[in-house]
Design a protein. Structure first.
Length: 66
């Protein structure tokens, strides 16, 4: 491999919107993310069902389901 063409790896901080901070090796100094393993529904076990704009009701009306 050629020397001097690869970016240097440093310990960087990844900050989540929930306030969690994770230290990882990266070429960036700091990154911001919206969802991490502490707040993602798959890992926490909390299910969030969001009916955006009544899509379920529209589906039921269209196919006359009760």
């Amino acid at each position: 491999m050629k020397k001097g063409i690869h970016p240097s790896l440093t310990i960087s901080k990844v900050k989540c919107a929930c306030g969690n901070v994770i230290e990882v090796l990266s070429t960036f100094e700091e990154e911001h993310i919206e969802v991490c393993s502490n707040c993602h529904p798959f890992y926490t076990g909390k299910k969030k069902i969001i009916d955006a704009g009544g899509r379920v009701d529209k589906f039921k009306k269209r196919y006359k389901m009760k």
